[in-house]
Design a protein around this ligand. Structure first.
Ligand SMILES: C[S@@+](CC[C@H](N)C(=O)[O-])C[C@H]1O[C@@H](n2cnc3c(N)ncnc32)[C@H](O)[C@@H]1O
Length: 212
């Protein structure tokens, strides 16, 4: 996303990319990109104002989501656009939309376990659908949204393997699956046996009014 925006704004423009964890930053360096370690909820917004403020799959992880939205609104120039994209796993909770084969049942069991882990960590699993209401409440006008989710895509397989490896110990600790079942699931995914879906992503945008 940073590379895409850097290309779009060109040499005369500026992209300010922020995160509390900058482990990705080395790959994003460019002359028109400034990278800041910054907490979107706790810190005042970077000096702007900006034509566009964008956050994808961030607010769902931030307990003080309304403060974060207020900070992003404050960073916009009058007439500037805020685009927030967040998942809504509660809207489409399945890993496999068809659940008839044992490997599909196992995939859905692991996804259910993963969702429980997220909920325990304070992730709002129905946050995506609330974005239009929240953007209007934050003061944005012309608010609109859409949603999309992949149903079968090689990228879903890669994301599934990365996610399961990341949370493997917690899945074991919570008794969601055994070592053998996790290994079996990863082998099923790697063998292309599953049409894996991911949760819907709600993309919601609006403008800061010209007069604020
Ligand atoms: C699921 S990743 C999404 C990364 C990227 N936005 C994307 O769409 O590929 C969530 C990101 O939110 C960041 N994050 C979590 N809490 C944050 C906060 N309070 N302020 C800023 N970034 C935060 C994490 O460090 C992580 O990089």
């Amino acid at each position: 996303m940073v590379a895409h925006l850097s290309e779009r704004v060109g040499p005369a423009g500026l992209v300010v990319a922020t995160d509390i964890n900058l482990s990705w930053a080395a790959g994003a360096a460019a002359p028109n990109v400034e990278i800041l370690e910054h907490d979107v909820a706790a810190h005042p917004p970077p000096a702007g104002p900006f034509d566009l403020v964008h956050a994808r799959l961030v607010l769902v992880h931030v307990p003080e989501r309304d403060s974060a939205l207020a900070n992003m609104f404050a960073a916009l120039r009058p007439g500037g656009v805020l685009l927030v994209e967040d998942a809504d796993p509660a809207l489409q909770p399945l890993s496999c939309l068809e659940e008839t084969r044992p490997e599909e049942m196992l995939a859905n069991r692991l996804r259910r376990g993963f969702r429980s882990l997220l909920a325990e960590r304070g992730v709002d699993l129905a946050y995506g659908r609330s974005l239009p209401r929240r953007l209007r409440a934050a003061g944005l006008v012309g608010v609109a949204a859409d949603a999309s989710f992949p149903v079968s895509d090689p990228a879903c397989d890669q994301l599934e393997i990365a996610t399961v490896n990341l949370v493997r110990d917690q899945l074991l600790d919570h008794g969601v699956a055994t070592e053998d079942e996790i290994a079996q699931h990863l082998a099923n995914v790697a063998a292309g046996k599953l049409d894996l879906a991911q949760p819907p992503m709600i993309s919601c945008w609006g403008r800061r009014p010209l007069s604020t």
